[in-house]
Design a protein around this ligand. Structure first.
Ligand SMILES: NC(=O)c1ccc[n+]([C@@H]2O[C@H](COP(=O)([O-])OP(=O)(O)OC[C@H]3O[C@@H](n4cnc5c(N)ncnc54)[C@H](OP(=O)(O)O)[C@@H]3O)[C@@H](O)[C@H]2O)c1
Length: 248
């Protein structure tokens, strides 16, 4: 079984490619660095020939509402159109718990992606998860201000990308399900604390400053909107275990 992985070089995509192989399937990795731009869509139909499913793990690094909405709607539309042309029966997407409710900045793009799928009459599955453990790393890339590391005030229950990847592949090898039950990490954490622990694990001593971001975006981060509801399925790997694995 051939499974296309869009965004194959990202934090999640790398694990999805490995999980596809572990499941005995053949991954077809797509990203700009492998020669496919999902925004232009050039060459997509050819790349999707013979695939049984597409797992979309692509993302923009922009946090502006318009750029995020543009990216996620354009990529989703291009993938769905190419899938139809190439006869691929299953599109698997990932979104973020609470994004559709917060619907601002980056989360507006995820909400728009979810809306596009829901307009479709079948042929897709959507998994929502909490932030990945890697999110702390992604924040470090964005929030260096002089000697300081600025981190938004944020409640999160992060999950391991390897666990999300296995779940996405399990979904992709089955029939389309629409929205599947959410998946969260094992415990709630404070994002600034995770960034401090990650920096310390790398021997970096930069002071971490936690700031409340303005607007609906920042409010959603700190008011618990991105946390799972009681009874949500949980992954097993804690942030501490993920850090230890990263250092081994
Ligand atoms: N990070 C989190 O905490 C988190 C939590 C829950 C859900 N999610 C969702 O999980 C998905 C993956 O997130 P991530 O954090 O793994 O993203 P990421 O690390 O930023 O990776 C993004 C991937 O998309 C590719 N990409 C970006 N623009 C592209 C384009 N124009 N054409 C082709 N490929 C493109 C990148 O490769 P190139 O740069 O080589 O093109 C890369 O492989 C996203 O849908 C995100 O919203 C993320």
């Amino acid at each position: 079984m051939k499974i296309v992985v869009a965004g194959a070089t990202g934090a999640l995509g790398r694990h999805v490619v490995a999980a596809v192989r572990d499941a005995g399937c053949e991954p077809v990795p797509l990203s700009r660095s492998t020669g496919t731009d999902l925004v232009t869509g050039a060459g997509l139909v050819e790349a999707l020939q013979g695939a049984s499913a597409v797992i979309d793990a692509s993302a923009t690094s922009s946090t502006s509402t318009s750029a995020s909405v543009d990216f996620f709607t354009t990529v989703t539309d291009n993938l769905l159109t190419a899938e139809r042309a190439a006869g691929v029966p299953h599109h698997v997407a990932i979104s973020i718990i609470g994004a559709a409710q917060v619907r601002a900045n980056y989360y507006a793009g995820k909400a728009a992606q979810e809306d596009l799928l829901r307009e479709r009459d079948g042929g897709w599955s959507l998994l929502r998860t909490t932030q990945f453990h890697d999110f702390a790393q992604q924040l470090i890339g964005h929030g260096a201000v002089g000697p300081l590391q600025v981190v938004p005030t944020m409640r999160s229950q992060p999950i391991a990308t390897s666990e999300v990847a296995s779940e996405l592949v399990a979904i992709a090898t089955g029939a389309p399900q629409g929205v599947v039950p959410d998946l969260a990490g094992p415990r709630e954490e404070n994002m600034a604390d995770l960034v401090r622990r990650l920096l310390a694990s790398e021997g970096r001593r930069r002071p971490v400053l936690q700031i409340p971001l303005p607007g609906a975006w920042g409010r959603g981060m700190r008011d618990g909107s991105l946390l799972p509801t009681p009874g949500t399925r949980r992954g097993e790997m804690t942030f501490a275990q993920w850090l230890a694995l990263r250092q081994s």
